[in-house]
Design a binder for this molecule. Structure first.
Ligand code: NDP
Length: 485
């Protein structure tokens, strides 16, 4: 570990500070395999300091007017967008995603998250219920919870980090947040922006480090009233085990194994173009990517050949290059995990129709972590390849003949995050959306997101909903006040 590398710092009580341990973890650029900065290896002391500072800031922040809170959030949003080019480069370098994707999706959305909740909080309202016959009026107070913990993953680093922080702050809470140790850089930049815009000390605290140390200590601390978590289902279970006996509010956005159901009456060209994106965008590392593709038997062969043809046109390599559609996988460990699933698929009897290998990239990225987009055929619903989340550029194809069969396949895993349905038959749409077990369903589209809508999964994909007023409800405690007069 080279000590002269730039060091990321924690953001506690309004200041950038080194970790208590003075120890650091290597931060690796996935596209090159090089260590390029150092991440604080924070411990329980850093977490306690952050929580203390958030506790201290809570009283003042929760009494700041909604207009003023919104103004802070809007200013942060503007700063994020002002720094679009710079932040996009940072995000792409840290995560391996194509620069053009960070520039068109990740950073604009991070800005939008702050802007959206700055506005949403102004429209957040509460109810009153009058009992005229008893001269009584009930009204509902919605108050911030206090200190809340926010823990986010590496796949959409700033996008998901701000998706949690913005509504929590808007609702008047103070926050202790932990980004993934694999992609900490944009969270560090957010801390600098908060200092630049004069966000009051302690309102937001960011502690970097390992999930099982920093993350668990945030979850475990009694002063933290709620946890908003996005990440894997196994981590979500661990968090629930710790937090549930303490009766903390929990919002868990977890893994997925999302089905694409494609009928023979769909708009074929639009479906193919969108399915390429829903399969391989961000190297398949979006929780909403469709990894199980079910195609009606009448168009299965046509779909298969066109899908392979379009996949073969995707460029993979240096994320900085405009022409590349796929960048690097986030880490060596994750690349190996994806690779092991491809081997598993072969052992389970699957046929690799396309990809399945680690492509050789020349030049700057020769030691980077790359995986070809991979299409697999010949596996049934019960095998591990079709049951477990791979979270990479890997999809399986299977044909179906009836609506019932499609539903059985789509609902045949423990997950229930999202689903995509392709058909022009409106009656079929209404029939099927009622039966599909997923919290987010797209019909003839993918990743079209209105931030006012409830977002989250069913079954092992999570508990609770983010977005719109739903998340503001989560970040507030309701008190009913009944007044007789
Ligand atoms: P992980 O569950 O490994 O990690 C998520 C976050 O939790 C990281 O910040 C991690 O820290 C932290 N963490 C790890 N262990 C603990 C612990 N014991 N206690 C508290 N925090 C902990 O997920 P990944 O980062 O690998 O992200 C990929 C997963 O996220 C996939 O399953 C994907 O489907 C899911 N996801 C779900 C989304 C949704 O909206 N439903 C959206 C995006 C992703 P560290 O990184 O330092 O270990």
């Amino acid at each position: 570990m080279a000590n002269d590398l730039p060091k990321i710092m924690n953001y506690i009580n309004g200041e950038l500070v080194p970790p208590n341990s003075k120890k650091y973890i290597d931060n690796i650029e996935p596209a090159t395999g090089n260590t390029y900065s150092l991440i604080p290896d924070s411990d329980v002391i850093d977490v306690k300091n952050a929580i203390k500072s958030a506790e201290k800031a809570f009283k003042k922040w929760s009494n700041v007017s909604i207009e003023k809170r919104a103004e802070y959030l809007e200013t942060i949003s503007l700063k994020l967008l002002e720094k679009l080019e710079y932040l996009s480069k940072i995000e792409s370098k840290d995560n391996g995603k194509p620069l053009k994707l960070a520039k068109s999706v990740d950073i604009p959305r991070a800005g939008k998250n702050f802007n959206f909740f700055a506005s949403a909080i102004k429209h957040f309202h509460s109810e009153s219920h009058e009992m005229v016959d008893q001269n009584n009026l009930n009204f509902t107070l919605k108050q911030p919870l206090g200190v809340v913990g926010a823990i986010s993953p590496w796949n959409l680093p700033l996008y998901l980090f701000t998706w949690k922080i913005a509504p929590a702050l808007a609702a008047g809470n103070t926050v202790v947040a932990k980004p993934s140790e694999i992609t900490p850089m944009s969270a560090f930049e957010l801390a600098k922006i908060c200092i630049e815009v004069g966000l009051p000390k302690g309102v937001l605290n960011i502690v970097h480090g390992r999930g099982n140390i920093v993350g668990e200590n945030i979850v475990n601390n009694d002063a933290v009233k709620a946890i908003t978590f996005t990440g894997g289902t196994i981590t979500g279970k661990r968090i629930a085990e710790i937090a549930a006996p303490k009766f903390k509010k929990l919002s868990l956005e977890l893994g997925g194994k999302n089905p694409n159901i494609i009928f023979d009456d769909c708009d074929f060209d639009k479906m193919i173009q969108t399915t390429i994106k829903s399969s391989f965008a961000n190297q398949g590392q979006i929780c909403l990517c469709g990894s199980r593709i079910y195609v009606h038997e009448n168009i299965y062969e046509k779909f298969k050949s066109k899908f392979i043809e379009e996949t073969s046109k995707l460029n993979i390599g240096d994320p900085n290059l405009e022409d590349n559609d796929l960048g690097a996988i986030v880490s060596k460990e994750h690349l190996e995990k994806i690779s092991s699933y491809i081997n598993l698929a072969k052992n389970e009897g699957g046929t690799i129709l396309f990809g399945g290998n680690k492509p050789k990239i020349e030049g700057r990225c020769k030691n980077g972590y790359f995986m070809s987009p991979t299409i697999i055929e010949g596996l049934g619903i019960d095998c591990r390849t079709n049951q477990e989340e791979i979270f990479g550029p890997v999809v399986t194809l299977q044909k179906f003949s009836t609506e019932e069969e499609a539903l059985e396949l789509a609902n045949g895993t423990n997950y229930g995050l999202s689903a995509t349905l392709w058909t022009q038959d409106i009656s079929r749409v209404h029939r099927m959306v009622k039966e599909i077990q997923a919290g987010v369903i797209w019909v003839n589209a993918w990743m079209v997101r209105d931030l006012r809508t409830p977002f989250g999964g069913m079954k092992d994909s999570g508990v609770g909903r983010e977005g719109g007023f739903e998340v503001l409800e989560f970040f507030t405690e309701k008190k009913n006040v009944s007044i007789s007069y």
